[in-house]
Design a binder for this molecule. Structure first.
Ligand code: SF4
Ligand code: SF4
Length: 417
């Protein structure tokens, strides 16, 4: 593979070097170095493609240092598609990287487990056993809920109070093992909003973590499997159901499946169709008639854990452009118990598996967010992405703040009981 193909050169030409993205970038804020900024990274990519520099270890390090939070995309006046460029370069770098066999083995086991339900369940069980020995704490693994919490959702959950629509819900790979209570809350809220909820028994993982980390072949296979699984969930007229997603990272990835099939027009069409009927949970619940049905059930007085603060997951605000809907729903659920959080669109440092791969950088990105949370006076931090939820929980524990973390679905579920 030549150096030019390491980079999506055409996209890199959209950057006009204005520098408006610099201060929005968490890695630039940490180092103050141009090469750790979006503009700097694009310049590096372009230089590699033009043969001015070699794609050496320093180049790879700056590509790895990026969180892929896409905050730079939100502020860029030229519409630079930074996320797609970075995924392209990471995928191409991964193909030529000479990793030690141990690292290759760890990656292949880790990314392999994500796509197999049985492997996920066995791993969760082993991790839970390891917790008793203190080993899990030693390697920094997240705490796992007990077995009774880690049950899969039924494949069919009827609407409450008369059916307004049928929907499919993404159950996902790690969510049932780590955040089963969020999955149950999501299904319950949808049911209370008048939706019959269906789960695909054949689907496991959408491949978003694979795509963000250069595992392009696996990402394409998982995208294909996702498209096929949700084409099979149809209404009585045979039309595929809308797909509701409560993980911002997965939602953003599924909505952009098309670019994984640049050389396969038939699959690209099917990918576009799935993207067109995929919704973040908040986006879907903000639509009529579901909004009105849910609003009838919301009782702000039922929430006792305020004040609440909302944290925008990067892949919801920057990746999907969804900002208004979760705030409106949260406001309706908690009334005047909502307080502002400074810099809510800034990354918390979770970024998929970034917090595992680069714990020190991840903590440096999280620190200012923890201080913002402390200053807000909130007692519950609300977000809607599993990685963000666990990152905040760990950071809050370390900072010894008296704050709990909830997914938006959990707050809506409590307020609509
Ligand atoms: S994606 Fe995030 S970390 Fe990467 S360059 Fe853009 S703003 Fe910086
Ligand atoms: S804001 Fe956009 S155009 Fe300006 S330097 Fe950053 S990426 Fe380039």
């Amino acid at each position: 593979m030549d150096n030019h193909s390491l980079v999506d050169y055409a996209k890199s030409l959209d950057c006009v070097h204005c520098g408006l993205c610099l201060n929005s970038c968490p890695t630039y804020r940490i180092t103050g170095r141009e090469s750790s900024s979006p503009r700097g990274r694009i310049h590096l990519m372009r230089s590699v493609a033009e043969g001015a520099i070699e794609p050496d270890d320093d180049f790879a390090e700056e590509m790895d240092f990026c969180l892929l939070c896409r905050n730079c995309e939100s502020v860029c006046p030229s519409g630079v598609r930074y996320g797609a460029m970075m995924e392209h370069t990471r995928g191409a770098l991964e193909e030529r990287r000479q990793r030690p066999w141990t690292a290759r083995l760890a990656r292949s086991i880790g990314f392999g487990i994500l796509r197999d339900r049985m492997a996920l369940r066995v791993t969760a069980r082993l991790a839970r056993l390891a917790e008793g020995t203190g080993l899990a704490r030693l390697v920094g693994a997240p705490a796992l809920p007990r077995h009774a919490e880690r049950v899969l959702l039924p494949t069919h959950m009827p609407a409450e109070g008369g059916e307004l629509a049928r929907v499919a819900m993404l159950e996902g790979c790690v969510m049932p093992e780590l955040l089963g209570h969020v999955q149950r809350a999501t299904a319950q809220v949808l049911q209370r909003a008048g939706c019959t909820v269906q789960i695909s028994p054949m689907h496991v993982c959408c491949g978003s973590l694979h795509a963000h980390n250069g595992e392009v072949k696996a990402a394409c296979e998982l995208a294909r499997a996702t498209i096929e699984a949700y084409e099979r969930l149809t209404d009585e007229r045979g039309n595929p159901l809308p797909l509701i997603i409560n993980s911002a990272g997965c939602g953003s990835h599924i909505k952009e499946f098309e670019h994984l099939f640049a050389d396969d027009e038939t699959m690209a069409v099917r990918a576009r169709a799935l993207s067109g009927r995929s919704f973040d949970l908040s986006q879907f619940l903000a639509r009529e008639p579901f909004r009105s049905r849910l609003m009838q059930r919301l009782n702000p007085k039922a929430s006792h854990q305020g004040p609440y603060a909302w944290d925008d997951p990067c892949h919801l605000c920057h990746g999907q452009g969804v900002r208004r809907e979760p705030r409106e729903l949260l406001q309706a659920a908690v009334g005047d118990g909502l307080v502002p959080l400074a810099d809510p669109e800034s990354c918390c440092g979770s970024a998929g598996i970034y917090s595992l791969l680069r714990p020190r950088d991840s903590q440096a990105v999280l620190q200012p967010r923890i201080e913002a949370l402390r200053a807000s006076g909130a007692r519950t931090l609300v977000t809607s992405n599993p990685g963000c939820q666990m990152q905040w929980e760990a950071g809050i524990r370390t900072a010894q703040l008296d704050v709990s973390v909830s997914h938006l679905a959990e707050v809506l579920e409590r307020a609509s009981r």
